[in-house]
Design a protein around this ligand. Structure first.
Ligand code: IVH
Length: 661
């Protein structure tokens, strides 16, 4: 078999398994078998790069970051829907349909209103052409590369399906995927995302599809903008087309022929929607027949043949028992509501967020109040309102703290923010939170040292800052209660091992205000070492990806604080890693040269690229007029041809090694 035929066969097989897995949820091969197929294809394509096509399953995870989003003018405007909030309004809508069409029975379909981000997707000649957001309804952002990371979205259509059409749907993040994402963020000490919808919208706007690929996005399709050549005359036909094309439609769909049936369907959906894998905030009722739809027409904003029925967000009434103040590692004092336990959307709630003290004041929330709490998509319940009419007079006003509840130091509000902070950096709660952050899995990951031990050690005055951890030895630990010889051994080993952690983990672990895990990574990728980072000016810091006008001054100030300078000196002498391994400059032999690597070499391409950079060279992915050298290994393909054509100097590995030896 020729390589081209082999590649085609593998692609068809992989697409087939993808469909079984993501669409039908009925995989018939193991993950390992699937991975083996994909790897085989990757290897073949690596040998024959000229055969790689943009719709190959290996290209699913996008390529390099985009410059920005191009705009796409919608073939048909993307409208929104009018909302209804009661069964009565729904019956009124049905009556308008009856009147408009001048008959008793109007067939409608009802499906869940997915709480995500509206999207349009165009296929041409069987291939995914583009996907775009709604934007202003007339033009949207071209987010094709981000959508390509969604595994259930086929890049190529089955041969027996219509080949050119445009469909509309909703991109969402599954409830489970969202919960997992937030768990990971909590572990990394990063701020939690509020709800799946906003996170989906934010994710689609990311410019780097490689980051998007890590987010659990999926989509359902519910409408048609352009049927192409296909014969589509009703919503039922749309569903048949989606099925044929291997595109996912709504999980629950009702067909109704009267207002009574419509009301019954939305009630049934309300009972079932919690079990759906995505958030829903209502039902959509649409006239089935396209002839009827045309006759009913549209207003300037929304069609007359469809309406959204919104369910009320789930709420519960309970009593506010107390407001506790939590002290964070940056000293932030956050109010937390302690509630009389109450059952809400599938779980018992006894804590809720109150956001900040300004909000408490604005809503006039008092201890002892009957309050309404809500989980509207949000995973963490919030206090939304107070039932003032139920007050007895015994309720107590909540005052914003003027002092830290733990160390009694003065608490102040920072200039732009509403956050109130404890001003004492030695506050034992702040110290504990900072140490917990330093040792946790997302940062230095010190095995054997969890929150409990940190608390114990701080209380025993054994440690009060992160450098103290590296002074811990057997002698000092022996005096601690409930700490056996084995635990001590593990702890000492965990601390020793952590000295090898990459420097971005150390920077993240130090808890510089506004610097999260990904920010720390970008900083070390950019500067290569903590020393270079420490010297950087605010202007140089803002050159780093994701580091903006708030973060840069915070980093700059941190490295100029004498306490932090002393802390870093101690960490350095304890032997922690301050520089990325390969970033040291070996020579500047290759300064001003640009390299492209191709074919099979004795080391991986990444390692060779590192080596070139270590000698001052730049490495690029494609051959052009700007390429200085093509480093060509065994079985070099199209890049070699192009380099020869352009007159680029070609080196084999031996010549390359000779240059750097
Ligand atoms: S049909 C002319 N069906 O809700 C627009 N929309 O508030 C026809 N939505 O813009 C839309 N699930 O983004 C339809 N099953 C569903 C939907 C749905 C979610 C969104 C969509 C729409 C918005 C209207």
């Amino acid at each position: 078999m020729s390589a081209a035929a082999h590649i085609e066969q593998l692609r068809a097989e992989i697409n087939h398994h993808n469909r079984l897995y993501y669409l039908d949820a009925k995989p018939d091969v193991s993950d390992q078998q699937f991975d083996a197929l994909l790897r085989e294809l990757q290897e073949l394509e690596a040998k024959h790069p000229e055969l790689i096509t943009p719709d190959s399953p290996t290209q699913k995870v996008g390529g390099a970051p985009l410059e920005g989003f191009t705009q796409i003018a919608h073939t048909v405007p993307m409208m929104s829907l009018d909302n209804t909030y009661s069964e009565e309004e729904l019956r009124d809508f049905y009556q308008r349909l009856q009147k408009g069409l001048n008959r008793e029975q109007v067939r409608c379909i009802i499906e869940p209103k997915v709480d995500g981000v509206a999207i349009t997707i165009r296929y041409e000649n069987g291939a995914l052409k583009y996907g775009a957001t709604r934007g202003d309804g007339r033009t949207g952002d071209d987010v094709t590369n981000n959508l390509k990371t969604i595994k259930s979205l086929p890049l190529r259509l089955p041969k027996d399906a219509p080949q050119t059409f445009e469909v509309r749907g909703e991109v969402f993040m599954t409830k489970a995927g969202f919960a997992k994402l937030n768990e990971e963020r909590a572990e990394a000490g990063e701020e939690l995302y509020a709800n799946p919808r906003n996170t989906t919208a934010g994710t689609l706007k990311l410019l780097d599809p490689r980051i998007v690929a890590k987010r659990p996005l999926d989509l359902v399709l519910y409408g048609l903008a352009d049927a192409g050549e296909a014969d589509v005359n009703s919503m039922h036909d749309v569903h048949a087309l989606l099925d044929k094309a291997g595109l996912r439609k709504a999980d629950l769909i009702w067909t109704v022929n009267s207002a009574d049936e419509a009301v019954a369907a939305i009630r049934e959906l309300d009972e079932k929607r919690r079990a759906l894998p995505y958030e829903t905030d209502g039902a959509v009722i649409k006239v089935d027949d396209f002839g009827d739809q045309r006759e009913l027409g549209a207003t300037s904003k929304a069609p007359r043949w469809a309406i959204a029925y919104k369910y009320a967000p789930e709420q519960a009434e309970t009593k506010l028992l107390a407001v506790d103040i939590q002290v964070g590692r940056t000293g932030a004092l956050t109010p937390v509501a302690r509630l009389e336990p109450v059952f809400l959307s599938g779980s018992t709630v006894s804590n809720a967020t109150l956001h900040n003290f300004e909000e408490i004041e604005r809503k006039d929330i008092r201890v002892g109040d009957r309050v309404i709490i809500e989980k509207a998509g949000e995973i963490i319940p919030a206090v939304v309102s107070v039932l003032k009419e139920k007050r007895t007079g015994d309720e107590q006003t909540i005052h914003a703290p003027t002092h830290c509840p733990v160390c009694n130091a003065i608490a102040t509000k920072d200039a732009e923010q509403v956050v109130i902070r404890c001003t004492n950096p030695d506050c034992s709660e702040q110290v504990k939170r900072r140490l917990e952050h330093f040792v946790h899995r997302g940062a230095m990951d010190i095995a054997g040292l969890g929150s409990e031990k940190v608390g114990q050690f701080v209380d025993a005055k054994l440690i009060s800052n992160v450098a103290d951890i590296y002074d811990l030895d057997e002698l000092r630990l022996m005096g601690i209660e409930r700490l056996g010889a084995k635990s001590i051994d593990n702890l000492i080993k965990g601390i020793r091992d952590s000295k090898q952690q990459p420097p971005w983990r150390l920077i993240f672990g130090l808890g510089i205000l506004h610097v999260g895990a990904s920010g720390a990574r970008s900083l070390l990728d950019h500067f290569g070492s903590i020393d270079k980072l420490a010297e950087a000016s605010i202007e140089e810091l803002t050159q780093v990806q994701d580091i903006g006008g708030v973060v840069a001054p915070s980093i700059h100030a941190w490295f100029r604080d004498e306490r932090n300078i002393a802390l870093l000196a101690r960490l350095r002498s304890a032997g922690l890693t301050f520089a990325n391994p390969q970033s040291e400059q070996l020579s500047d032999k290759f300064a001003g040269t640009t390299w492209v690597i191709t074919g099979t070499l004795s080391q991986g391409r990444d390692e060779i690229a590192e080596l070139i950079r270590a000698h001052g060279g730049k490495v690029s992915g494609s051959v052009s007029g700007k390429t200085t050298y093509l480093l060509a290994g065994e079985e070099a393909g199209s890049k070699l041809d192009k380099a020869t054509k352009l007159g680029v100097k070609v080196l084999d590995e031996a010549a390359f090694r000779a240059m750097i030896s």
